[in-house]
Unconditional design. Structure first.
Length: 235
């Protein structure tokens, strides 16, 4: 028998340490052999403000996908510059699908996302094989447009094109595209919303109608209304 506490006990210990500010226990747990403990240690380190960019980068490149996912969520809200973990976060965009989905979300929250990550998000929105990842990428593009990141990298037109394309994808992606369209302007965006107000998905129609009403409430109220109920629309 061994006196080494179980992974369950070590996880509980690091969680409590995060709330108590026990820096030594939290930091040592970042390299625990149990991925559940390592993931909890990442969260604890972020909570007490000792998570360095190198620690986050290591978590983003962890061998366990659950730890990488946890690290992506932490990166989304991590204050200040990501430093060396920035590259590691962008790498996660090409991870397995569950991790890539969260990585898209995280990148969409970063005002400091670099050109490489922004371009990769646009590519993913256009080409990824998993609709959940495409959905997350389209949402992230809308967020980055609102944060001014696309404009900073000269990618507003490319991001807008990806959102327009998302308006012809499956319903969940179309919903994200309708929301993301609010961050863009121009005739192609107007055409997208005009098309989506007749979409067969009720949520897509409602989002598009709401955006139209916000943009030009008087004109929208006076224009002919599309058929209600189950009127056919985009597939």
């Amino acid at each position: 028998m061994t006196d080494e506490p179980s992974g369950r006990v070590r996880r509980a210990r690091v969680v409590f340490s995060g709330h108590l500010g026990d820096v030594v226990t939290v930091r040592s747990s970042l390299e625990d052999p149990d991925p559940v403990v390592r993931g909890s240690a990442l969260g604890a380190a972020a909570r007490i403000g000792i998570l360095a960019p190198a620690d986050l980068a290591r978590g983003l490149r962890d061998s366990d996908p659950d730890v990488r996912t946890r690290a992506c969520r932490i990166a989304a809200a991590h204050p200040g510059e990501l430093g060396e973990s920035h590259t590691a976060l962008v790498e996660r965009l090409d991870d397995t699908d569950p991790v890539a989905e969260v990585a898209c979300f995280a990148c969409g929250e970063r005002t400091d996302l670099n050109d490489t990550g922004t371009r990769r998000l646009i590519e993913i929105a256009n080409t990824h094989g998993d609709p959940l990842v495409r959905e997350a990428a389209v949402a992230a593009i809308g967020s980055l447009a609102g944060l001014g990141v696309l404009d900073r990298h000269g990618l507003t037109a490319a991001g807008c094109d990806a959102v327009i394309a998302g308006g012809s994808d499956i319903a969940p992606v179309r919903r994200r595209a309708a929301v993301a369209a609010a961050a863009f302007e121009g005739p192609t965006v107007d055409q997208l919303l005009d098309r989506l107000v007749t979409d067969r998905d009720q949520q897509v129609r409602q989002i598009a109608e709401d955006l139209r009403a916000i943009e030009s409430p008087v004109a929208w109220m006076d224009r002919p209304r599309p058929g209600s109920g189950d009127a056919p629309g985009r597939g």
